[in-house]
Ligand binder design. Structure first.
Ligand code: GTP
Ligand code: MG
Length: 314
């Protein structure tokens, strides 16, 4: 009888040397290997793609992947948790908050509140479950240098949390260009487990891509890179039961006369990758209006919230 495979070292084709390389690169459990691509695994373990493909399929077999029954899918949905936004209206629009195992995209114009919501979520994720948190920590990938620790302190104080401790549980990575941003997300696997990360923020997902891939000729490669990047995030969200929150600025298209003059950067790639898309726009004063756009199982609708000194509120 074949011995049961329970860890990465047990996989056929994985010797001590390969195992060590996989561990170092964060491929520490069967699920991470099973959901990797041959090219990716070949690169990290310095092996041929053929060997990598065999290792991946062994991991999948060991995990009994492939078709799932509807019941198994339902079981998995049961482990989905919700993260509060601190606005009852916005939470209601999202049927309880942002979901783990999903990517939530927030898009809107300058000053619409995307970054403010990111800060609020980084605080809220640390709350216990009965208060709408996930009892975990946040990873904040900052591409525009708009992370403000002082704002985290204000929001933490307003919720009765220790501001210093709250800041200690937000891990900030400043991404200097799109390749660096991609690398930070790939490296995130290492710290997610160690530091109990339950929320990954990328604010903003698209700014570097937009600046670096200019012109029609660059569009296809930009979309391809973004697609792969989002795929990595979805995998992380699934594997570690995390919330992924990404922001995206809307770009005015002055040449469009008819139809919607604004369109999220990234276009159709994001359209398919993000499970929830929230469109934010400014209202009067501190009011903001959120609209849920094409969500698979929630009705489209709108919610109004405010950006107050204490943070996001109704
Ligand atoms: P871009 O990143 O430029 O696309 O905008 P954004 O959507 O990220 O906007 P952001 O979340 O930065 O929202 C900016 C707005 O939030 C400001 O116009 C202020 O109204 C409000 N805001 C920002 N910081 C504070 C603060 O410390 N206190 C309060 N009360 N409001 C703030
Ligand atoms: Mg912002």
């Amino acid at each position: 009888m074949k011995e049961k495979i329970t860890s990465v070292e047990d996989l056929p084709g994985v010797g001590p040397k390969i195992a060590e390389k996989l561990m170092e690169a964060g491929y520490t459990d069967l699920m991470v290997i099973a959901t990797a691509s041959p090219a990716e695994l070949a690169a990290v373990a310095e092996i041929g793609e053929g060997v990598a493909a065999k290792i991946i399929s062994a991991a999948r077999e060991a995990l009994d992947m492939g078709f799932e029954t509807g019941l198994a899918v339902l079981e998995k949905r049961k482990s989905v948790n919700k993260l509060t936004t601190s606005s009852k209206e916005l939470d209601a629009l999202l049927h309880g908050g942002l979901e783990t195992q999903s990517i939530t995209e927030c898009y809107g114009a300058y000053g619409s509140g995307k970054t403010q919501l990111a800060h609020q979520l980084a605080v809220n994720v640390q709350l216990p479950k009965e208060k709408g948190g996930l009892n975990g920590n946040a990873l904040f990938i900052d591409t525009e240098n708009t992370f403000r620790p002082e704002r985290i302190e204000q929001m933490a104080n307003a919720l009765g949390l220790d501001p210093k401790k709250t800041l200690e549980n937000v891990f900030v990575g400043r991404a200097y260009n799109s390749d660096h941003q991609i690398l930070l997300v790939e490296k995130a696997k290492d710290i997610i487990k160690e530091y109990k990360i339950k929320l990954i923020i990328i604010d903003s997902l698209t700014s570097h891509f937009r600046a670096e891939y200019v012109g029609r000729g660059a569009l296809a490669s930009r979309q391809q890179k973004l697609n792969q990047h989002l795929h990595t995030m979805q995998k992380i969200a699934d594997t570690y039961n995390c919330v992924v929150y990404i922001t995206n600025q809307v770009m005015a298209k002055p040449d469009v006369i008819f139809g919607d003059p604004t369109e999220a950067v990234g276009g159709h790639v994001l359209h398919h990758a993000a499970t929830f898309r929230i469109y934010l726009r400014k209202g009067k004063g501190d009011k903001r209006i959120a609209r849920l756009v094409d969500s698979p199982h929630l009705p489209d609708g709108e919610a109004v919230f405010r950006i107050t000194p204490e943070g996001i509120r109704d």
